[in-house]
Design a protein around this ligand. Sequence first.
Ligand code: ATP
Length: 301
Amino acid sequence: MVAPTPADASEVRSSPAPDPLAVSVRGLRMRYGDRDVLRGVDLDIRRGEVLALLGPNGAGKSTTIEILEGFRRRSEGEVRVLGHDPQYVGDDWRARVGIVMQSWRDHARWRVRELLDHFGRYYRNARTTDELLTAVGLTDQATQECHRLSGGQRRRLDVALGIIGRPELLFLDEPTTGFDPESRLAFHELIERLRATDNTTILLTTHDLVEAERLSDSIAVLINGRLITCGPADQLVREVGAKAEVRWVEEGAVQRQFTSDPSRLVWELHCRIDGPIDGLEIRRPTLEDTYLRLLRQEQVS
Ligand SMILES: Nc1ncnc2c1ncn2[C@@H]1O[C@H](COP(=O)(O)OP(=O)(O)OP(=O)(O)O)[C@@H](O)[C@H]1O
């Protein structure tokens, strides 16, 4: 190892610290005609973080992602993705970003292996086709024409195309739509590997709340073009305060009560029954309960 010269040392000292944020969004607005679809979204995603963007149909998730990908011009706001404004980026930036869009790119007559070989040539440090086929479980379909793949297999091919260039930042817009449970599990393991081995930052949208909870560090909820909340799933569950369900059997019948303080209810039951509580079950609120409660609150307000 060569010791740095004083000049090298000063360079090391003066080089700026890497930006800890992969994505930074402030005051993002999008208007289609006279309709406001995004109404002032602020969002940060740290490098190496997996963030799940949740929201009902039409909330503006794909619009947000397409703006971050540089495919859509925003109406207002500041957006930085990997240190750049995605409206003004070139091929070098594009090579650092992986994209799995909602709609499938049609390469119907291409064979799976040919397609992956072809796109791999665009990247300096592409994954090999065999590595990709194994990663997404399409080895047996390698010589098949794309139009003969099932819906779930096509989606897996999309994922393979998204990670082909070892992206620093990966956008996944409803990646597991149409996956069977086994492929879904394999996909989850793939995302966990990408994150553990490559420190890939991932922004994904999904309507599957179990998937969101399993894969992400943070959950952001977009409703009517506004980001209602953002944070780790357990924090959201605590903050939103959906109620726990307590069940027990009393006088031969199943009883059920929703409460924000289940331990107090159990204590009261214990005092009243004065003995063991038959069939006692406590179901803590899930991310789904929390999300549905947020949706209802927003519809009422
Ligand atoms: N090009 C467009 N022109 C006009 N309106 C659009 C356009 N693209 C999207 N929209 C509208 O913007 C709103 C947000 O759409 P978007 O696709 O971002 O929602 P989403 O949250 O991704 O929904 P989903 O969960 O159904 O995919 C919808 O009402 C949609 O109809």
